[in-house]
Design a binder for this molecule. Sequence first.
Ligand code: URA
Length: 206
Amino acid sequence: MTPMEQFKRECTAFFDELNAAEQRPLVFGEGPADHPVLMLIGEAPGEQEALQGRPFVGKAGKNLDAFLETLGLKREEIYLSNVVKVRPSKLSPAGRVVNRPPSKEEKALFLPWLMREIAIVRPDAIVTLGNVALQAFIDDVVGNRHGRWSQAVIHATPEPAFTLPLFALYHPASILYNGSLKSTYANDLQTLAHTLSVRTNGENDI
Ligand code: URA
């Protein structure tokens, strides 16, 4: 069994036991788990992700296409995951099941699993989308950190902690609610594309 298969098996067993009465499907990360150039980390699966059991396949998948195009990467070249691996949902006043932000408890429960996942994948760098993903690593808001590199400490006990470069982006969904962020997001993506192309040309400035 590969370390990733082992990880999925243990994570599934943990959440099966915890949520025996309320079975929500886990949506695991997807992509090359062997030192990819990037690991993209979102907040949590939405409706389509939960239905299809894959990250970034709903509306977020469309945003992902633009992200990949700007960076000159293919979906298969990066590892995609989320902090919380079940869909946080609630009933709307109209009685529909709708997304909600992940709770503090959900984030705390999934954080050690995310750390372990990163320690297995060992990407060259992490890109976080939005506050939930950023705050899994750094106690700050994306408004202060977007468009530049920070250092993330990865602590997957019992392994020794290690650091990875982290590039913070706004969550693409926030652009839908706040149009003025659109050009900020586009500029940040250009900055990221630039550093990645510098790196692939042999220099390393992150
Ligand atoms: N889909 C995901 O998988 N993650 C997000 O953060 C948003 C949509």
